[in-house]
Design a protein around this ligand. Structure first.
Ligand code: ADP
Ligand code: AMP
Length: 216
């Protein structure tokens, strides 16, 4: 199964991608996670990435396309993948089409999570994750069951993203409207786009996605 999750920052793509990866045994490819780990390398390339990401802008298409090309053609993707955070521009979507043609694979579905602007800001400002296993949490919507301890791995160290501050969030939402929202008509014309009400609680969003996938 090859899927794309689309939606603005904070819509719940990472949350649902983690669920889908577990449920269907396919690889989650999150370009945000890949870039955050590359940005920690301490070299010049990493520093440039960090600066772009903390400004709320998008990393150059050529960089991200190279990263995804290696992943998509790798063995780990043989069973399929869920893309979270890619494509983010029409150029990236076109490059993905070419990559998939080259390995003679098609996309099964593009699922858009539709969420109100105010809810996005609230979700982003309450988000944190476990340093040990990466599990995502939210202060109100998915709090830790035991204070200070990760439900999944028992880790005690957590991180709030540097770019999850009010100023950067406004820029990231603008980048989404200007550069990523044009992908919606792009995939609609290909009859691949399905919309899910991302305002619903997480388990209900999972259920809606399951229903879509059951009909593929
Ligand atoms: P994205 O990957 O699209 O940026 P995340 O999956 O990281 O978004 O979700 C952003 C925050 O909102 C996280 O803290 C997550 O726990 C929370 N969240 C995700 N889906 C929902 C939902 N349906 N309802 C409420 N909170 C949610
Ligand atoms: P995310 O974790 O998806 O919210 O992404 C965090 C940041 O990484 C974004 O604000 C961008 O700066 C960068 N990024 C992630 N994916 C892409 C992409 N496909 N194209 C360009 N920049 C990206």
């Amino acid at each position: 199964m090859r899927l794309i999750l689309l939606g603005p920052p904070g819509a719940g793509k990472g949350t649902q991608a983690a669920f889908l990866a577990r449920e269907y045994g396919i690889l989650k490819l999150s370009t945000g996670d890949m870039l955050r780990s590359a940005a920690q390398a301490g070299d010049e390339f990493g520093e440039n990435l960090r600066q772009v990401m903390s400004s709320g802008g998008l990393v150059a298409d050529s960089i991200i396309i190279d990263i995804i090309r290696k992943e998509v053609s790798g063995d780990g993707c043989a069973k399929g993948f869920i893309l979270d955070g890619f494509p983010r521009t029409v150029v990236q979507a076109q490059a993905l089409d070419t990559m998939l043609e080259e390995i003679q694979c098609g996309l099964d579905s593009v699922i858009e999570l539709v969420v109100d602007h105010d809810a996005l800001v609230e979700r982003i400002s309450g988000r944190f994750s476990c340093d040990g296993c990466g599990e995502g949490y939210h202060d109100s919507y998915k709090p830790l069951k035991k204070e200070g301890i990760c439900d999944v791995c028992g880790g005690v160290h957590f991180t709030r993203r540097e770019d999850d501050n009010a100023q950067t969030v406004a820029k990231r939402l603008r980048a989404y409207q200007e550069q990523t929202a044009p992908l919606l008509p792009y995939y609609e014309k290909k009859h691949m786009l399905r919309q899910v009400d991302g305002m619903l609680p997480m388990q209900q969003v999972e259920e809606r996605i399951r229903e879509i996938l059951a009909h593929l």
